[in-house]
Design a protein around this ligand. Structure first.
Ligand code: ADP
Length: 484
């Protein structure tokens, strides 16, 4: 990578970045990936300044720029703040309409009605800021919330910055009424099937796909899946037209955030060399949750309660697990119907422990305490939980889809010579396969030596960003070098 000029300037644009604001994996990626890329490029991050972000806590004190943005008939004042966080320059876009909401995008039931203007404003402000700074070579855009940057750049002849658009989850596309186009001040010509039009509405995700110079998604297998009717969420035809610009690159894990060696949330840090100490975290966690028997295996589920995460499969399996010798700990938030069903099962079965909500600290303790992770997703662009769990010595039980297929190798074909992580994987379309995998996991737990060997093997694998960052660097380079 010697030939890459570190002075290429990249702005990484995301609607959520850990630790400032997080609703899921996008936030983890939006700090971990630019941090890994900063070894090769001059890269900074830009995100909205939501009012719930504590400016003092993160020393967000400096105003870089303030200006007005015109969207359609309205004008909005914008301030760009900045701060340094773990060596990364981070910019924050503040504007009342974008910033002054309780949540990032809405509630699990529905998105905020003005999300079109909120994120249209965010994108236009990002492009105005990049234009003011003059020297950005590349904008790396992420998901529908930042997709319109590609359109605003395409329609402005005064800015030559290249764009790369990463699809983190095709199921969320940013679909709004046709009238949004005018409110966003975009030309009526964009209401076209080759641009933003989508069944009579407008679709922000299409803007990124149509107008960015290059496209990526977060695993090689998902890159193939989204070209099919089963996983394309109505955009498979459109993506097929643009597939020559699409690459799948597997996500990594930022070890400064997720590593059992350094994780401050743990009562006992541990590594491959001190694996036997891991059990102290299990004992402490079970005690904290009021669970007595710490000899039984602990299975965890951490995630959003949506059909994507296979919550229906989880609930079906939970109905059968009450009599088995195991503990299950669940943390999540999402659709009310799932809350109700899981709550009822937990009330009936003493071995199911449930925490509703989002709790970063508790999730770290769960990874450190657990023996197995349940991830029965119906589709999974990449998934981070399985990567985090393998690096914490927790064996994943996953459905064979998307990035799970790329990152969890079949434990029945375990080969200690291969530097890949192993777990149980099953076919989500066949009945009872999750339950069968859980039973196989129970058998493995009894074989203490093999259980330990596989965990030590997984912990020794590299799930960091290093390999993927090189692949992104090659793409950045292919976009930027003709300009050098
Ligand atoms: P998603 O589709 O939700 O983005 P990923 O697997 O890509 O799923 O990333 C999920 C990230 O969010 C992981 O860091 C996981 O530990 C975390 N997470 C998910 N739900 C919760 C929760 N309820 N509390 C704490 N952390 C959570």
């Amino acid at each position: 990578m010697k030939q890459i000029k570190k002075n290429f300037k990249v702005l990484f644009v995301s609607s959520e970045v850990y630790p400032f604001a997080k609703s899921g994996g996008l936030a983890d990626v939006s700090f971990g990936l630019p941090k890994a890329m900063s070894k090769l490029f001059d890269i900074s991050i830009i995100m909205p300044l939501y009012s719930f972000i504590d400016k003092k806590q993160f020393a967000i004190e400096h105003v870089e720029s303030s200006f007005k943005i015109v969207l359609g008939a309205k004008s909005y004042s914008v301030k760009i703040w900045s701060a340094m966080y773990e060596g990364m320059k981070c910019y924050f876009v503040e504007s009342p309409l974008l910033s002054n909401k309780k949540n990032l995008y809405g509630t699990p039931q529905s998105g905020y009605k003005d999300n079109d203007i909120r994120f249209g404003l965010f994108c236009k402000a990002v492009v105005a800021f990049a234009k003011e700074c003059k020297d950005y070579d590349l904008l790396h855009l992420n998901d529908w919330q930042s997709a319109l940057c590609a359109t605003f750049i395409q329609e402005d002849e005064a800015i030559e910055t290249k764009t790369l658009f990463t699809i983190h989850n095709l199921a969320y596309q940013g679909i709004f009424e046709k009238e949004s186009l005018e409110k966003l001040g975009l030309d009526a010509n964009y209401f076209h099937m080759d641009a933003l039009e989508f069944y009579g509405k407008i679709n922000f995700m299409k803007a990124g796909i149509a107008h960015a110079n290059m496209l990526t998604t977060v695993s090689p297998n998902y890159a193939n899946e989204i070209l099919t009717d089963a996983f394309g969420c109505g955009l498979d035809g459109f993506l097929n037209k643009h597939k020559n610009r699409l690459t799948g690159i597997l996500n990594g894990v930022d070890s400064s955030h997720f590593s059992p060696k350094t994780d401050k949330a743990l009562v006992q840090k541990y590594s491959v060399k001190t694996y036997d100490k891991k059990v102290k975290n299990k004992k402490a966690y079970l005690k904290e949750r009021g669970i007595k028997d710490d000899t039984l295996p602990l299975f965890i589920f951490i995630g959003r309660f949506t059909s994507q995460k296979g919550v229906d499969l989880l609930i079906e399996a939970l109905k059968e697990l009450g009599d088995l010798n195991l503990h299950i700990a669940i943390i999540g938030d999402g659709e009310a119907i799932y809350h109700k069903q899981i709550k009822a099962l937990a009330a009936k079965n003493k071995n199911i422990d449930i925490e509703f909500g989002y709790d970063e600290l508790l999730s770290h303790k769960m990874y450190a305490a657990a023996d197995f992770l349940l991830m029965p997703s119906l589709f999974e662009p990449c998934g981070l939980n399985q990567l985090i769990s393998m690096s914490y010595g927790v064996i994943p039980i996953v459905s064979r889809v998307g990035g799970l297929r790329d990152s969890v190798y079949d434990i029945e074909k375990y080969d200690k010579e291969l530097a890949c992580g192993y777990g149980f994987s099953f076919d989500k379309n066949k009945p009872n396969t999750l339950l069968e995998s859980i039973k196989k996991a129970l058998a493995l737990y009894e074989d203490k030596e093999r259980f330990k060997e596989i965990n030590l093997h997984n912990m020794g694998c590299n799930f960091s960003w290093s390999a993927s960052a090189k692949e992104y660097a090659t793409l950045y380079k292919s976009l930027l070098e003709p300009r050098a």
